[in-house]
Design a protein around this ligand. Sequence first.
Ligand SMILES: O=C(O)CCC(=O)C(=O)O
Ligand SMILES: [Fe+2]
Length: 324
Amino acid sequence: MTTLFFDRSAREPVTASFPARIDFRPYLNIIAPRIARLGVSKGPGWMPLVDETPAEADRIIGAAFANDSTLWEIGELLKIVLWGRCGAVIAILGDANDDPVMLRKLQLLVGYALGTNANLYSEDQPHRALFELTPRPDVRYGGNGENASSIGPHTDGSGVGVLIDILGLGCIHQTESPGGQTLIIDALRAVLSLTTYERALLSEPWPRTNPYDAQTPTSAFVRRPIAVVRDPFEFSFHGQRVRQALDRCGEATWERLQTLANLDAALWRHSTPVKLQTGELLLLNNRRVAHGRVGFVHDSANPRRIERQWIKWRWNEDPGRGVS
Ligand SMILES: O=C(O)CCC(=O)C(=O)O
Ligand SMILES: [Fe+2]
């Protein structure tokens, strides 16, 4: 794994091998005073992050950006790496080993640098800053935070109408037991390893169930291609949700299921396991790179805790167009 050190003069980090790492620590000293005003966590775990309203938090960060070229440059660098040819994913090493609040602030800051923190503005649960992913059941969120099992290759929000552009996974605490690795998956190379026929099939619209709305009728399932090999490459997939939707729509043909099985196998083959460490923030281009999780044993005295962040790209377009 290549280590990339953030350097103001580094304009071309795209030659990094996959995945790339950027050491953020030297910059935190510059950034920290600016984000100090973002408010404090109200306690451990899944809690509102900021005392301010999201709009006020955005205003504060925005003011910091306007007056600080370092923050702007960080955003530009992240943009190049996330949309670049090789480094569609990066890990930032935060200076957060004993300060999860700092990591959360960094997440907010990065979200602002790249666009909008989409889950900061969640309407059903206002003021919900970030999703916590821990095996401890949490009545406020019924997703993967309720189990510790392996999760196959997928992109987030694949069954939802609005695509999530960037996924952040902030590691508040990692398990010390075996397992718990995040799979970082080069979906483009996986798809390129399939046959022309399979690629053509994957570029057609496929239905998906919506994990956040079990009542969605089959006629309202989101339908979009799983993979389109063009520049920019487009990928949106969750095997379980696609298969479930095919079954419920009566569209599960042998060819489709066989293609999904081959896609799944290819994605596993092109995955790199990375065990995130406390204080690390992994950012993925959720439109190109898939991810997954290796199962682990839940230890209630010392739970693994990852916080998930969804970012909508600021300009509502793919800046990778033309970057290649
Ligand atoms: O727990 C993890 O590391 C990731 C979980 C995940 O991918 C998800 O919940 O969408
Ligand atoms: Fe996920």
